[in-house]
Write a protein that binds this ligand. Structure first.
Ligand code: SF4
Length: 188
């Protein structure tokens, strides 16, 4: 795994499309128990070279019910966005992850896990990549139990997703307690 991570951190496959240049943000260990598959790092993560150190990350840790130390230990959580580099801004927010990245790298990383981890699929991009279906994000999350024990589907915890979270109160009451229990089980 170490050699692969070094190789990924030197990757420049989509350099011509990255406004701030490549800076792959990934964290994983052969012992990772849970994989956080999200979209792509934002600008702050790119500048700090740290994923999830922002309001979205704080909310995600609340959802998972883990502290920073547990979260940033790659033996617990692998951080594996669909695109490892910041893709730049579009008209309505950050651009989607670069399409070259996940097909090139994800399987190489996941093949090196010693046990079958739980894949937490955060947002539509990672769900479409891993589940290969045409359902809406809301529909998938309503049926979250159908994807267990391999996958746990989540909306993005970004503050800009406030509208979805307010509209779908069942997520907090019905889904999050199951998520917390699943995380505890995997980490124990
Ligand atoms: S997004 Fe992925 S494929 Fe593209 S340069 Fe970064 S690490 Fe390489």
């Amino acid at each position: 795994m170490k050699g692969l991570l070094t190789e990924i951190r030197q990757c420049s496959v989509c350099k011509p499309f990255l406004p701030l240049g490549p800076n792959p943000i990934i964290s994983a260990s052969p012992k990772s128990k849970i994989v956080l598959a999200s979209q792509a790092p934002g600008r702050i993560a790119h500048e700090q070279s740290v994923a999830w150190d922002d309001p979205s990350g704080r909310r995600l840790r609340e959802w998972l019910d883990v502290d920073d130390k547990t979260f940033y230990n790659p033996d617990n959580f692998a951080i594996l966005p669909l695109g490892f580099c910041y893709p730049g801004k579009g008209k309505t927010g950050d651009l989607p992850p670069r399409p070259e990245c996940a097909p090139l790298w994800h399987k190489q990383v996941t093949d090196r896990f010693e046990c079958d981890p739980l894949y937490i699929l955060i947002g539509n991009h990672s769900q479409q990549f891993y589940l290969q279906d045409k359902l809406t994000l809301t529909r998938r999350i309503q049926n979250f139990e159908a994807y267990l024990p391999k996958y746990f589907v989540l909306p993005h915890p970004s503050p800009v997703n406030h509208f979805w979270l307010n509209k779908n109160k069942w997520f907090e009451s019905d889904v999050l307690p199951v998520l917390k229990a699943e995380i505890q089980k995997r980490l124990s």
